[in-house]
Design a protein around this ligand. Structure first.
Ligand SMILES: [Zn+2]
Length: 156
């Protein structure tokens, strides 16, 4: 019988949640090694079903977007124009229209609107995790509640 390989995302802490399609039971895989993502694993469920999963490193689904907005450093006044290029439940990546002076660890306020029907306004602080030439990758704060609208937007 032909089996479908299901993608399973590995969290930062080296765990992954596997759902058995036969019985619906969930199982948590722990201690997934650094070299495991990209590999397939055979899983046997308590119900007797076997299946194959593909471990993926990516933590969150990223949606590619083009959403113009503004960013500002919390430590300095003034907003700068930017364009959000991709967005996930964990963070976002934006391009600045001009050279930026952001550094890893900087806290930045981002302000833009989703292109959903409600044009939901996103206005939140993020932590800079990656900087490139006019490109910035940032994460939300851990205890920041995930906007419901953003969750729906990413699933659409
Ligand atoms: Zn099962």
């Amino acid at each position: 019988m032909d089996q479908q390989v299901k993608k399973v995302y590995v969290a930062q802490d080296g765990t992954a949640i596997v759902i058995c399609e036969a019985c619906g039971r969930t199982r948590k895989l722990v201690n997934i090694q650094e070299n495991m993502p990209g590999k397939t694993v055979r899983v046997r469920c308590g119900c007797g079903a076997h299946f194959t999963i593909l471990l993926e490193r990516r933590r969150y689904y990223r949606k590619r977007v083009h959403l113009p907005g503004y960013y500002s450093k919390t430590s300095a006044p003034g907003e700068q124009p930017m364009v959000v290029k991709d967005i996930s439940l964990g963070g976002l990546r934006f391009e600045t229209l001009e050279e930026h002076e952001l550094k890893k660890g900087d806290v930045v306020l981002v302000r833009f609107r989703l292109d959903d029907t409600a044009r939901t306004a996103i206005n939140r602080p993020v932590v800079v995790r990656f900087v490139g030439h006019q490109v910035v990758g940032a994460e939300y704060f851990k205890d920041d509640p995930i906007d419901k609208a953003l969750g729906i937007y990413l699933l659409a």
